[in-house]
Ligand binder design. Structure first.
Ligand code: SAM
Length: 345
């Protein structure tokens, strides 16, 4: 074993790491194969071979924020905005039932039209169809999170995006890093399965700050981690920046699996956007979840966070078929359960 392999093995055995060790691994690509295989083995040991499919509904692309990397930012005037009504959302959830998905992920920009009461009505409607529900609708007050939880929401995804406070505040005008963290700790306190994650390859981001992100996931006690490469959007201030690196993103994900061995980790769309087999590579390097898009054709095209999003050319039926075949081809199975986080320690 090389010294770096020993470090990786040690992290896999103890589920803890020094920041300097994470930086060394992130900096050296000669370790990649060993790291990916080790993360795959840890995934198999703790969460098994099942892949959980979660049906994603992107129900509004209207957003009050101005995140500098995101195509939904309010200052992007070159995008067609849409907002679904309650019936449309429930209709898509019903379709997701036909694909046998057991979780609905409701994602949107930060759209104030969806008041606390409106969101609760949607959550209750979906819950009646016997789904687990994940929300990904941004920063809210403790009271709002509490109301969604009482209405039936089970999980919440809110990426910290980066734990480098200065970088965070540069990229998120008028937003506060402290409030983002407050949201995540409130969600944990309320008993949500709490998901966070980061963007990999943001301009100005260092390996040191990525290592900090991984340690933050552990500190939070995250139940899910979704991360992916930054992909420049031509309609944003970061349009001329470099695209994030796929293999670095998978390394961050694999290290996360070593530190948090029993959590749920999606193979994300951004990974597949940079490489046609990006999701499969991720599933073989620590991931155990895929979130197929069940949004209707017209809205899916308009939910343009970044250009060329994977899956835009497939109908939900086609995507289900393609992803199922790919998952089976790598010797994995499709879960028939809700796919909750089963804590092992
Ligand atoms: N508004 C919600 C929130 O803030 O969590 C959910 C919607 S937001 C569009 C979902 C995620 O898209 C963000 O957490 C961010 O990481 C990702 N995203 C936005 N712009 C991106 C880009 N240019 N490249 C890759 N991912 C991006």
């Amino acid at each position: 074993m090389t010294e770096l392999e020993r470090i990786v093995q040690n992290i896999a055995d103890n589920h803890s790491a020094e920041k300097s060790e994470l930086v060394r691994i992130l900096a050296d690509d000669s370790i990649n194969d060993f790291l990916f295989k080790t993360a795959d083995a840890v995934r198999k040991k703790y969460v098994g071979d099942e892949v959980h499919l979660r049906g994603l509904i992107e129900f509004s692309n209207i957003c009050k924020c101005s995140c500098k990397y995101c195509g939904l930012r309010k200052d992007n005037l070159n995008t067609n905005r849409y907002r679904m009504d309650v019936e449309e959302i429930l209709f898509l959830a019903k379709k997701a039932k036909e694909y046998n998905y057991r979780t609905i992920v409701l994602q949107s920009g930060e759209d104030s039209f969806f008041s606390k009461d409106k969101m609760c009505k949607i959550i209750e409607g979906i819950k009646k169809m016997d789904f687990a529900i994940t929300l990904s609708i941004g920063e809210k007050s403790f009271e709002e999170y509490e109301a969604y939880k009482s209405a039936g929401a089970d999980r919440y995804l809110l990426r910290i995006e980066t734990t480098d406070k200065n970088l965070y505040e540069k990229l998120h005008p008028k937003m506060s890093f402290e409030n983002r963290k407050r949201c995540l700790f409130d969600l944990k306190k309320l008993g949500y399965e709490t998901g966070t994650g980061c963007l990999v390859g943001l301009p100005g981001q260092t390996l040191d700050s990525l290592a900090g992100d991984i340690l933050f996931f552990k500190e939070l006690g995250a139940d899910m981690i979704g991360l992916g490469p930054f992909i420049p959007n031509p309609e944003t201030p970061l349009k001329n920046e470099k695209t994030g690196n796929l293999s670095l993103s998978i390394k961050v994900m694999a290290l996360t699996r070593l530190l948090l061995p029993d959590i749920n980790i999606p193979a994300t769309t951004a990974m597949e956007t940079l490489h046609p087999e990006g999701r499969i590579l991720a599933l073989q390097s620590g991931a155990n979840v895929v979130m197929p898009n069940v949004t209707c054709e017209d809205c899916k095209q308009k939910y343009e966070i970044y250009p060329g999003k994977a899956g835009l050319n497939n109908t939900p039926e086609e995507y289900k078929k393609v992803i199922t075949e790919k998952i089976k081809a790598i010797g994995r199975t499709i879960s028939t359960g809700y796919g909750f986080h089963k804590k092992m320690f």
